[in-house]
Design a protein around this ligand. Structure first.
Ligand SMILES: C[S@@+](CC[C@H](N)C(=O)[O-])C[C@H]1O[C@@H](n2cnc3c(N)ncnc32)[C@H](O)[C@@H]1O
Length: 204
């Protein structure tokens, strides 16, 4: 991790109220759309959806009608306050947003599907592996990961990769972490050279 959890939280707190307006790139929209689509297909009646690095709730709120319960976890109180306000404005009453980090999401109930969009690239590769193991231990059927990830050689001149802040992994590193944790990769979506969606399902 190139910045501490506290530094990431402070950075996102600072621009939380402007965050949604900034997410207008084709790549972000396509990635979020694919995460939502794959998670929706994986959800079953009665399921809880756990969204890690939930930010302002883009993924969880879009899936609130499809899940019994939506649990969002993030380290930025400012981002989650935006999510809570959007839920209230839309009359969504089955979504909750509370503090939780990848390494300790502070959640131990049953979960059907875990999602994470554009958040895990803030972690170093060994921390991503730890996060994947933590997610696997919660026992979801499916984990849908949308993020900055390298399909080719890293290129800081391309969007979504600022080496001073971000620490994306190669698709291979992520695939190894997921399969080592007992998932099988059931879909790999290349959104752009440095953005993708991986769908991981329980191998058993
Ligand atoms: C680029 S935003 C993405 C938000 C949302 N998932 C979306 O698709 O719009 C990244 C989010 O990850 C959160 N984050 C960064 N490090 C984290 C950590 N270690 N654990 C949990 N959340 C983290 C940030 O606070 C921020 O809200």
């Amino acid at each position: 991790m190139k910045r501490t959890v506290e530094e990431h939280a402070a950075r996102f707190d600072e621009y939380a109220s402007d965050y949604d307006d900034g997410q207008d790139s084709d790549e972000y929209r396509a990635c979020a759309g694919l995460v939502i689509e794959h998670a929706r297909s994986a959800l079953e009646p009665g399921d809880t959806l756990l969204d890690l690095g939930c930010g302002t709730g883009a993924i969880g709120l879009a899936l609130a009608d499809d899940a019994d319960r939506v649990v969002g976890r993030d380290v930025s109180e400012g981002m989650m306050e935006q999510a809570r306000e959007k839920a209230a404005a839309d009359g969504i009453d089955n979504a909750e947003f509370d503090y939780g980090a990848f390494r300790d999401p502070d959640y131990d109930d049953a979960v059907g599907v875990v999602t994470s969009n554009f958040a895990m690239h803030h972690l170093a590769d060994d921390e991503k592996r730890e996060a994947v193991d933590t997610i696997a231990a919660l026992g979801p059927r499916t984990f849908v990961l949308g993020d900055v990830m390298f399909f080719d050689d890293p290129d800081p001149s391309e969007p979504f990769y600022d080496p001073s802040v971000d620490d994306p992994a190669t698709v291979g590193v992520l695939a190894d972490a997921l399969t080592d944790a007992g998932f099988a990769l059931t879909a790999v979506e290349r959104v752009a050279d440095q953005v993708g969606v991986l769908v991981a399902s329980r191998a058993d």
